[in-house]
Design a protein around this ligand. Structure first.
Ligand code: GAR
Length: 202
């Protein structure tokens, strides 16, 4: 039986698209059962609609408090009975209620090599620091900002003529490969966590 993936997005959804494309092959072992967002009118939602995947939107500003938004998001996601929740360019931190409901099976992709450059500006921070190698990190979400146990990483070179945009595009290429590979392995083979180490497979 395919693992059920719920994917949360905030933007262009190229990582989501990579997952949708992978899931088209039954041997991949997973299906995207719903796509959620914190805003409407984004390409990520359009990609889901074109693939025939149900979507939902919960905007923080439609709730009285951030906690109520988080609880509503957690409940909506739970309704889709996910085996793995994938934050794929989801530009909000999930909170206590979300982690209480789904913690341990929520992965996030971050455009830097953790533990370097956490936060919203991974590519810009790497470029400004002057590192020659950066990359992407898929991790299990915990209560911190990009601090969770690492599932998979890939390195990407920084070129002398890079802009934030060109560097981020190169990183996103690596992210899509890492995401599809690691989520597929989690879906087909399972995973376990020993301390801070995530071990894919039985
Ligand atoms: C990706 O690079 C992802 O790592 C980043 O947003 C991009 C989404 O691209 N996420 C974060 O920075 C989260 N803090 P996409 O919408 O084309 O998949």
């Amino acid at each position: 039986m395919s693992a059920r993936l719920v994917v949360l997005v905030s933007g262009s959804g190229t990582n989501l698209q990579a997952l949708l494309d992978a899931c088209a092959d039954p041997s991949y072992g997973a299906e995207v059962v719903a796509v959620g967002a914190d805003r409407g009118g984004i390409e990520g939602l359009a990609r889901a609609e074109r693939a025939g995947v149900p979507t939902f939107v919960h905007r923080v500003k439609d709730f009285a408090t951030r906690e109520e938004w988080d609880a509503a998001l957690a409940e909506e996601v739970a309704g889709h009975r996910p085996d793995v929740v994938v934050l794929a360019g989801f530009m909000k931190l999930v909170g206590e209620a979300f982690l209480a409901a789904h913690g341990g099976r929520v992965v996030n992709t971050h455009p830097a090599l953790s533990p370097a450059f956490p936060g919203m500006q991974g590519p810009a921070d790497a470029l400004a620091y002057g590192v020659k190698v950066t990359g992407c990190t898929l991790f299990l979400v915990d209560a911190g900002v990009d601090t969770g146990a690492i599932v998979a990483q890939a390195a990407v070179p920084v070129e002398d003529d890079d802009t934030v945009e060109s560097l981020h595009e190169r990183i996103k290429g690596a992210e899509r490969t890492v995401l599809v590979d690691a989520v597929g392995r989690m879906a087909r083979d399972g995973f376990r966590v020993e301390g801070r180490r995530v071990l894919l497979g039985r």
